[in-house]
Write a protein that binds this ligand. Sequence first.
Ligand SMILES: NC(=O)c1ccc[n+]([C@@H]2O[C@H](COP(=O)([O-])OP(=O)(O)OC[C@H]3O[C@@H](n4cnc5c(N)ncnc54)[C@H](O)[C@@H]3O)[C@@H](O)[C@H]2O)c1
Length: 324
Amino acid sequence: MKNILVTGCAGFIGFHLSKLLLSQGYRVYGIDNLNDYYCKQLKSARIQILKRHSKFIFHNNDIIDLHKIQFNSRIDCVVNLAAQAGVRLPRKDFNKYLSSNIEGFLSVLDFCVDNSINKVLYASSSSVYGETNSIPFSEDEPINSPKSIYASSKIFNENIASIYSSEFNINLIGFRFFTVYGPWGRPDMAYYKFSEAILNNEPIYLNNKGQMSRDMTHVSDIVKGIFSGLQRLFDMKNGNKSFENLILNLGNDSPIQTIDLLEKLEKILEKKAKIIFAETSNEVLSTHADLKKPFKYLDYCPKVSVDDGLVDFISWLLKYRDTT
Ligand SMILES: NC(=O)c1ccc[n+]([C@@H]2O[C@H](COP(=O)([O-])OP(=O)(O)OC[C@H]3O[C@@H](n4cnc5c(N)ncnc54)[C@H](O)[C@@H]3O)[C@@H](O)[C@H]2O)c1
């Protein structure tokens, strides 16, 4: 049986990935510091579900302390999803991007070198593209205009990965995720906040006249993409060849404008939103993934339309609100 270490397992994507890995017969060592960036109750509820599985072993730790943890089996592959997510932290909290995303990732890579683990998958982000003019966003475009510290930390991750791949013979795949959504999602994200606001009759402050667009990607497509990456690394035979260092978009190739997202949510919830058009923000105006490369390397092809995915999310949200 293969042993996979998933960091950030109490998080949105880490939870879904861990579930998928367990269902496929892998043993999952999950690590998470259960920080309070958003509701801890949601993270704990995810962990309780994972703990129902006998092959899930949870460590409540910071990835910076990874080397202090005793694992009772050899780890075959690491998936690093732990990070300070979101682009909007206030300046006083910028250090969280540095400690979790940069120091934390270095700690994970050093752990891999020290324990001869040569397969690593890690989370990057569509935010690395900044305000690029070439749409859809291709992995081959140079990236040098991040619009947030978060995006800079992800670019830095990709650079460190490249160094560890060539210096320490680690096979790495970095995934640039595009606005991941779905059941058990993150309450700080727009689709979740809008849904809550509609249900609670609260106003929704809409930046940039609702004209921003996002390539919203259902979490089931994302975790299938990560899983294909894992299988690719297990199937590789390096021989004398150089080590893998891939960066791949995982998106939906079907961006949706914020105003249209709101309309879809109103329709599903059968309720009108109270919209207040707000300030222009300096967020990236649109994201759109070019999927040629993930298709070439992983056969990645997203299956869930935004219409179906939002219905799936709302049906989970309504049940979850009843239990809390
Ligand atoms: N959800 C998206 O739309 C999206 C888009 C692009 C990139 N990403 C990236 O994907 C990854 C997963 O995102 P998510 O949406 O599941 O976020 P999330 O916040 O739900 O999950 C991250 C988890 O990591 C944990 N964590 C943070 N710092 C840690 C540390 N130092 N040590 C141990 N645990 C720590 C948190 O407690 C959390 O449970 C992140 O790296 C994020 O930057 C997500």
